[in-house]
Write a protein that binds this ligand. Structure first.
Ligand code: ZN
Length: 432
């Protein structure tokens, strides 16, 4: 993993951003999303897009916008036994308004807790069925006394809009790498904010380094956001050459890669090469139609080469979708390691290409070109010569540098470096 001096600064910035965003009550629409995008837009240039409620997108319709001011359950003594002001996970996201008095038995049907994890507040949503509810620790729920409770949710569902943000760093070609992260979860640190933080740093890094591919980073509400983005960008999806879903990047677990539906696309090979050569402890899995927004990007009629590169995957950590996925659950060390891994993948994609050997009949004489350092010089002379022989032999317009790196076991960086040298000596030309 190549460490650049700025990584410490990036770690501090990512933690600070996560802390700043953590208290905001986000959902798939509404002020929380707009406020989150405003804050992201202070770090990187961000275009804000919106479509109105009711907009059709493939088989879906953009829902009403949701807003909430306060919500609580009060017992007969006027004590608030559940209060949205204490934690925004206490209210089922998209709860319809309610203001009534009911018995504990009636209230139970609207309470959500997890007996398997009795001390945490679970995260629940009800975007597409109008309903209301409260979430609480099972230990707290067990202590509720029978009697009457005042139940109030001061919320509103109204015709508004669905909002998302896009950061775009122009490359020298129209071809794009797209990285997508969701921005719709309330106070959950790893499942949501870690992805946002790493994506912001990737944009900052890309802005400092002109590249071949343009980089587009999507900050979108989960599911409906990617469906609307794909529907509004359908005519230009041909530009999207590689994609990643960036999620769960701050926990202590090992890196996991879920392949694209192509299972062998360049993005799959690039990620797997980086993991194999730089991240000893990692897991690669085949595609499955479940998880995050790869479900939409990899749906059969879209079928873009999108993988999901995370630390612990969707739903596989005990803290997942609970109040325990908090600021203590994400570490700066994990965030920086995830950022470095992503940056290495982008580096491979930016430099991977196919070449054509201009002197393929027998080996070209490297010595007379000063390329065969028989008397030594650089300590890596032997490794460089070997890399040149691999690149010359497999530069047949069919194999790309990543193939050659994988086949030879030589690092992609060295393979790319000697390819550049061989182009300068007119032994290779880029295959188009
Ligand atoms: Zn989630």
């Amino acid at each position: 993993m190549h460490i650049v001096a700025d990584d410490k600064g990036a770690g501090v910035r990512m933690s600070a951003l996560i802390e700043q965003l953590y208290p905001i009550c986000r959902s798939i629409t509404g002020d929380g999303v707009r406020q989150t995008l405003d804050i992201i837009g202070k770090s990187i240039p961000l275009d804000i897009h919106a479509v109105p409620s009711g907009t059709a997108a493939f088989d879906w319709t953009v829902p009403k916008e949701w807003k909430i001011a306060e919500a609580y359950v009060e017992d007969e003594d006027g004590r608030r036994v559940i209060d949205f002001a204490d934690h925004n996970l206490h209210v089922v996201s998209y709860s319809a308004p309610v203001d009534t008095v009911m018995t504990l038995e009636e209230l139970q049907a609207h309470l959500h807790s997890d007996p398997a994890h009795p001390d945490v507040v679970p995260y629940r949503t009800s975007y597409y069925n109008e309903d209301w509810g409260f979430c609480l620790a099972d230990a707290v729920r067990a202590k509720l006394k029978s009697g009457k409770y005042k139940v109030r949710i001061d919320s509103a569902l109204f015709d508004g809009e669905l909002t998302w943000g896009e950061a775009f760093v122009k490359g020298t070609t129209e071809d794009e790498i797209v990285i997508s992260t969701h921005i719709c979860h309330p106070s959950l640190a790893n499942d949501n904010l870690s992805g946002i933080a790493v994506c912001v740093e990737l944009v900052r890094a890309a802005m400092r380094q002109p590249s071949r591919y343009s980089l587009r980073v999507l900050f979108i509400p989960g599911t409906i956001g990617s469906i609307v983005w794909l529907s509004t960008n359908k005519a230009r999806l041909g530009r999207v050459k590689h994609g990643l879903i960036a999620v769960n990047l701050g926990d202590a677990g090992s890196m996991h890669y879920k392949q694209s539906r192509h299972e062998g696309a360049e993005i799959d090979r690039a990620v797997e090469h980086v993991l194999k050569t730089r991240v000893p402890d990692h897991v690669v899995r085949g595609f499955s139609p479940y998880g995050y927004d790869e479900r939409q990007f990899c749906s059969p009629g879209i079928n873009l080469p999108f993988g999901c590169l995370s630390r612990t995957p969707y739903g596989e950590f005990a803290e997942y979708h609970t109040s325990a996925d908090n600021l203590d659950f994400v570490s700066q060390a994990s965030l920086v390691h995830s950022l470095q891994t992503y940056r290495s993948v982008l580096d491979v994609l930016q430099h991977n290409r196919r070449f054509h050997n201009l002197m393929p009949e027998c080996e070209p004489q490297l010595g007379k070109r000063g390329l065969y350092g028989a008397l030594g010089g650089k300590s890596d002379t032997k490794a460089r010569q070997l890399a040149m022989l691999w690149v010359l032999n497999y530069s047949d317009s069919k194999h790309d540098l990543l193939d050659i790196a994988d086949r030879s076991g030589i690092s992609f960086d060295l393979i790319a470096e000697v390819a550049h040298l061989l182009v300068e000596h007119r032994l290779l030309r880029e295959a188009r």
